[in-house]
Design a protein around this ligand. Structure first.
Ligand code: FE2
Length: 225
């Protein structure tokens, strides 16, 4: 049975939307689950990092949702944020490789329908970031090198698809200067919040234990706009 923990959500489209939930059962029962996790092994190095070490890998796709169908865009794969919103990589059109078919299908069948229901939406333009953060004993991984920020969208959902031997990577949500959520998400856990009402950050990632296992943290990040 799917375990659900809601911190605040009433009514669904309230200004202060801030929901913690869990899609673990939905992911485990997904028929292409092994292929889905494997798709994180084929992400592309984020070409817009300023550091020498490539600590972030990413793919990005947009999907138009209406009551009749979901349409993944096959062009216009750029992601833009103004400099005021992102001092690290704002002010440029960032272009990424599309999600592969497996990741697209998983979003279409499991995650986007969940979000549409929670947000009571019938229409949406959804941006999907499939991301993996890497770290090592000599290199810190920065999920949000721009610092505390807003993305300039309506809602944000971040879903943890796995982690291995990491410390940090806490998803932090702020209302003004007050920290209202501070969670290192486990596999299948998600946070869904209103981007206009909250600011967010993800703390740096370092290896939990020294050793041979590759430390990593992966997530899907949805932005229905
Ligand atoms: Fe963000």
């Amino acid at each position: 049975m799917e375990h659900t923990t809601e911190t605040t959500l009433d009514p669904p489209k309230a200004q202060a939307l801030n929901l913690k939930d869990n899609l673990t059962a939905s992911i485990y029962t997904y028929e292409a689950y092994p292929l889905l996790l494997d798709s994180f092994n084929y992400l592309c190095t984020d070409p817009y990092l300023q550091e020498e070490k490539a600590f972030r890998q990413r793919r990005f796709s947009r999907c138009h949702v209406d009551p009749w169908e979901y349409t993944f865009h096959r062009s216009n794969n750029t992601f833009y944020q103004p400099t005021e919103m992102n001092v690290y990589s704002g002010g440029i059109q960032r272009e990424f490789e599309f999600l592969d078919q497996v990741a697209q299908r998983f979003c279409q069948e499991r995650v986007i329908p969940y979000l549409m229901e929670k947000l009571t939406l019938r229409y949406a333009e959804v941006g999907i970031h499939q991301i993996r953060i890497l770290t090592s004993e000599s290199d810190v991984g920065y999920p949000a090198p721009e610092g505390v920020h807003q993305d300039g969208t309506d809602y944000i959902c971040t879903l943890c698809m796995g982690k291995q031997n990491i410390a940090g990577g806490n998803s932090i949500i702020l209302k003004g200067t007050d920290v209202v959520a501070n969670e290192q998400l486990d596999f299948g856990e998600l946070l869904l919040f209103d981007d206009r009402s909250y600011r967010h950050y993800v703390s740096p990632i370092v290896p939990l234990l020294p050793g041979a296992r590759i430390p990593r943290y992966v997530r899907l990040h949805y932005q229905p706009t």
